[in-house]
Design a binder for this molecule. Structure first.
Ligand SMILES: C[S@@+](CC[C@H](N)C(=O)[O-])C[C@H]1O[C@@H](n2cnc3c(N)ncnc32)[C@H](O)[C@@H]1O
Length: 498
């Protein structure tokens, strides 16, 4: 089946593995052929002919540490821009217009008086050689499933499409989404989703990509919060009696998704928090982020000031790799810091370090780092008592005075198991009504520190009378549950047992 695409993509570089000549109805729908050479009707009038306004001198090349060596032919850069512009003149003898340059696309935005929005982290990439390097570093090839967050100008998108990838792109900016929709109308290898990547239901969007790859063609464009759910629903296989369908049902032999993006800096952390645990659906992420943040995330050695909870979390879910640095002058507007490409190779769930509970593990790590200067026996309270932490550290062969930044991922994993053993034992003692916590009971150091002591931990008060109070048992059960220790009844069950 032919792969409809913008004119430069269709006639110029090889885009889709099975491309023939695009059908005429699609040819006639490219922006180049749709658009007259003047400004679009209903829009303010700006000069539409002549060279696109260049906003800056060509930037100096930035330092690169891991740039792919694969040589790629330079696309011929036309003298005019792309979106909202007349077609570029054939420049390479093939009769096809060359791929428009990233810089000219950005310049066109400004020419149309569309300003970059700081609130949306809009620092547009203007250098095609970096975008090509990014796509090569990501290993994008024909037919790959790619999620792009924040396509914006479409400058990265077009390189992904030129490689023959099947791209789903989520854009929050209505204006840019509108331009992209028009430009790529009829391009079957691109699906645009309008909305905030943090709110559209990204997991469902990704799940639908995998499902559609397995089962057939994609539904139409979707927009707004919940778009992901609609896409997932449309892509979900017919319910069958033999296989569970819908959310959580991972396709047995489905291909995984690559995430490739020049991310707005302000959503990097939240997006990674959302995507890193999806190793069952995503193979790898290749994202441009701030250089300093990239260096911090790729740090693998504990002990330094940059060793944070985010490092433990990142290493728990993936192998991060700093690829290459990108000069800030390659972006427009120029940000205050350089960028970098980082690759996160996600671990499938069964390859992650086994822990008593993932949620409990990450809470433990966050708490440990919440007060970096404190020793863990202090910073971990009230999650665990000082005695429990010291005993658990010693059992792991670690210094009982250790601070969070001293521990590797493996050491945190070991610590979580030791604490789990101790707290489960203490929690069970309380749940059994023994009241023999002797300073190690969960209740004693629980969220209502102090109260537990009187009620159960040291065998005083009600606990001393041969049984822990119902309240203390409930609290113990809740703490056990909260830590994800997974043993003993939950709070409701404990209440029922009273
Ligand atoms: C750094 S620009 C990258 C644009 C383009 N991909 C490039 O490489 O030049 C970030 C893009 O993400 C979009 N964006 C910002 N916040 C977003 C969010 N929460 N969800 C989806 N897109 C977002 C911005 O509108 C912008 O288009």
């Amino acid at each position: 089946m032919p792969c409809p695409s913008p004119t430069w993509l269709r006639k110029g570089r090889s885009a889709c593995p099975s491309v023939g000549t695009a059908p005429s109805h699609l040819v006639s729908r490219t922006s180049a052929s749709r658009r007259p050479s003047g400004p679009p009707s209903g829009r303010r009038s700006f000069p539409a002919t002549g060279p696109a306004r260049q906003t800056r001198p060509p930037p100096a090349p930035g330092p690169r540490t891991d740039a792919p060596a694969e040589p790629e032919p330079e696309p011929v850069v036309p003298g005019v821009g792309w979106m909202w512009q007349p077609a570029a003149a054939p420049a390479n003898g093939s009769g096809a217009p060359a791929m428009p340059s990233a810089a000219s696309t950005v310049a066109n935005l400004y020419q149309d008086r569309i300003r970059a929005k700081k609130s949306l982290g809009q620092n547009f990439m203007t250098d095609d050689s970096i975008l090509r390097d990014l796509v090569v570093a990501a290993g994008v090839g024909p037919g790959d499933l790619v999620l792009e967050v924040g396509p914006g100008t479409g400058n990265l998108t077009k390189h992904l499409l030129a490689k023959g990838a099947h791209v789903t792109a989520v854009e929050k900016d209505d204006t840019l989404y509108g331009r992209l929709s028009e430009e790529y109308d009829g391009v079957s290898t691109l699906r645009l989703v309008r909305g905030d990547a943090l709110e559209v239901g990204l997991e469902d969007v990704i799940r639908s990509m995998v499902e559609q790859d397995r089962t057939g063609p994609s539904p139409g464009p979707e927009a707004g919060p919940g778009a992901g759910q609609a896409l997932a629903k449309a892509a979900a296989p017919e319910p069958s009696t033999s296989a569970p369908a819908g959310r959580g049902a991972v396709p047995a032999a489905g291909r995984k998704v690559k995430v490739v993006a020049n991310l707005p800096y302000n959503i990097t952390k939240d997006l990674l928090t959302m995507l890193l645990p999806l190793g069952d659906l995503i193979s790898d992420l290749h994202i441009m982020i701030q250089h300093e943040a990239a260096e911090r995330l790729c740090e693998r050695t504990p002990g330094g000031p940059d060793w944070r909870a985010a490092n433990i979390r990142t290493l728990f879910y993936c192998k991060p790799k700093y690829r290459f640095r990108i000069s800030r002058f390659k972006y427009d507007p120029v940000p205050g810091v350089d960028g970098a490409l980082v690759t996160f190779s996600l671990l499938p769930p069964h390859q992650r370090p086994p822990v008593p509970s993932e949620r409990g593990f990450h809470e433990l790590v966050l708490k440990a780092f919440s007060e970096r200067r404190k020793k863990m026996r202090n910073s971990l309270q009230p999650l665990a008592s000082a005695e429990q932490v010291q005993a658990a550290l010693a059992a792991c062969g670690l210094n009982v005075d250790a601070r969070a930044q001293d521990l590797t991922l493996d050491q945190f994993v070991a610590l979580s198991w030791r604490l789990h053993e101790r707290q489960t034992a203490a929690g069970l003692r309380l749940l059994e009504g023994g009241g023999q916590g002797q300073g190690q009971g969960v209740g004693e150091q629980g969220p209502e520190k102090g109260k537990g002591k009187a009620e159960g931990g040291k065998g005083k008060g009600k606990g001393a009378a041969g049984g822990t109070s119902a309240k203390a048992r409930r609290r113990a059960a809740a703490t056990v549950e909260e830590l994800g220790l997974g043993l003993g009844p939950g709070p409701e069950q404990a209440a029922e047992q009273e």
